[in-house]
Structures are given as C-alpha cells and as structure tokens.
Design a protein around this ligand. Structure first.
Ligand code: NDP
Length: 244
C-alpha cells in the first residue's frame, strides 16, 4: 500500500510560535501528524499540539535545546525508536543577534552559529539513518535571504544561514539516490516576534512588494516541498521574500 500523508509524521523544530507554528498547523491541515518542538516555551508548544489535535491529527512534543548535541540525540533517537522514522524534518528553530562585526560580542557570534548552523548536524544526524532505511523522505531547512545575499549587521546570521544552504545542497547530493529530497527556504521579512518594529520599518522600503510576509506564506512553500508534488525538487533554495 502506498504511504499517504495520513501515515506520515513530520518533525518541525522551533514550532512553538512564528513560522514553525504556521508550518506545523499547515502540515496538520494537509493530513500529516506533527512532532512539535521547542526549547523553553513549552506552554505555547502545548497549545500548538492542541490545535493540531483539534484538526484531527496526532501531535507530540519534544523539548530540547538544538545547541545541546547530546540532548538532541537522546530525544530524537528515543522518539524514532518509539514511533518509527519521520517522513520529513523541517529545520526551523533559529535566532539572530545583530550588530556590525566591529561591535559584535563573542557570545553573539557563537550562539547564532550554534543555534542556526550546528543544529543542522545536531538534529539531522540522529534521524538520518532511520530515514535512509525507509528510502523516502523530505528535509527542509529554514535559511534566509541573509544567507543568500549577506545583510549589514548580520555577519553571524548571514554566515549561519549561508552555511545551512551549503550543508543542505551537499546532503541533497548524498541522499538523492535514496529518494530523499533536501531543500532550503529563504524567507525575507516575515511578521513574527523575531522581528522588532524598528527592524520592520528599516527593511520595508527595500521590499518590492512593500509589505512583510506572513508566516503562513512561508508555511505554504514548506508544505509544498514536503508533498508528493515536489518529488523531483532537491538541492534547491526557494526565496519567500516579496522580491527582497
Ligand atoms: P521565532 O523567534 O518566532 O521562533 C523561534 C523558534 O525557534 C521558537 O519555537 C523557539 O523556541 C525556537 N528556538 C530558538 N532557539 C532554540 C534553541 N536553541 N533550541 C531549540 N529551539 C529553539 O522565529 P521565526 O518564526 O521568526 O523564525 C523561524 C526561522 O525562520 C528561524 O530559523 C529564522 O532564522 C528564520 N527566518 C525568519 C525570518 C523572519 O523575518 N521572521 C526571516 C528569515 C528567516 P523557544 O522559544 O522555546 O526557544
């Protein structure tokens, strides 16, 4: 019997709010079960689980810091052991700590690289073997237009998000023959709590569409990349940026 969305489970890291939450809810609408994930905002993540269940899909919550390799490995190996391999992984959790490089603190550099780039290894390594054994699946990483073009005041974030694109493209090469696709989505300015009012006003004039994006507009692209319709798309980066 061919596998349908109703038997597929997708892990979405950082799905307690913002883009990750929108992705998790959109996937539930499409018939996927969802593994919701966060580090600290457990109550918000539990709300997301309840919203998914209200849509008639299954949800379970994992909480770990994506920078903690051991914690990620233990949580993910145990989850795959108990429930089987995921259909897909959306590597979405991320932070930014902006300042011109001359004024950047050590911790601003380290925390952004650890959260946004090291998570590629920390989260994907434990789930990859089960995925490979199934010889099917989808991986989507949340990059940024900053990773494509570089953004003033974001050397750390641009480095991490560009690194993610390189890693995703390399992994796509490694997994293509196994029927597993790996792609990146590169959002521009999206209305979430990550973006301050000051940042929003500063960036808006540079956006050809003259507005910020909605988390749901990013989620729609992720949902497509996870679907059967995207079966021949791999090693690609799709901007969702209003032309920024
Ligand atoms: P939010 O700040 O709204 O949400 C971030 C999510 O990531 C939360 O669920 C948070 O959980 C989780 N998270 C952060 N750090 C960690 C960590 N160390 N371990 C585990 N979970 C963590 O962000 P957005 O929704 O705006 O952004 C989502 C992704 O999209 C990020 O990768 C971001 O870089 C990218 N992006 C966003 C853009 C935007 O304009 N908003 C533009 C381009 C890219 P908790 O609260 O529990 O820590």
């Amino acid at each position: 019997m061919s596998e349908t969305a109703s038997t597929r489970t997708v892990l979405v890291t950082g799905s307690s709010r913002g883009i990750g939450r929108a992705v998790a809810l959109s996937l539930a609408d499409a018939g996927y079960d969802v593994v919701v994930h966060c580090r600290a905002s457990r109550e918000q993540a539990e709300d997301v689980c309840r919203e998914i269940e209200a849509k008639g899909r299954k949800a379970r919550l994992l909480t770990f810091d994506v920078t903690d390799r051991q914690a990620a490995r233990e949580a993910l190996e145990a989850d795959c052991e108990a429930h089987g391999a995921y259909w897909g992984v959306v590597l979405n959790a991320g932070i930014h700590r902006d300042a011109p490089l001359v004024g950047l603190e050590d911790d601003d550099w380290d925390s952004v690289l650890k959260t946004d780039l090291d998570a590629f290894y920390n989260v994907l390594k434990p789930v990859l073997l089960p995925l490979c054994r199934k010889r099917r699946g989808r991986i989507v990483v949340m990059s940024s237009v900053s990773g494509l073009y570089g953004t003033r005041g974001q050397t750390n974030y641009s480095a991490a998000k560009a690194g993610l694109i390189g890693a995703a493209k390399a992994l796509a090469m490694e997994l293509a023959s196994r029927g597993i696709t790996v792609n990146a989505v590169a959002p521009g300015l999206i209305d979430t709590s990550m973006v301050s009012d000051e940042e929003r006003e500063r960036i808006l004039p540079f956006i050809p569409m003259r507005r910020a994006g909605r988390p749901e507009e990013v989620a729609a692209v992720v949902r497509f990349l996870l679907s059967d319709d995207a079966s021949y798309i791999t090693r690609s980066v799709i901007p969702v940026s209003g032309g920024l």
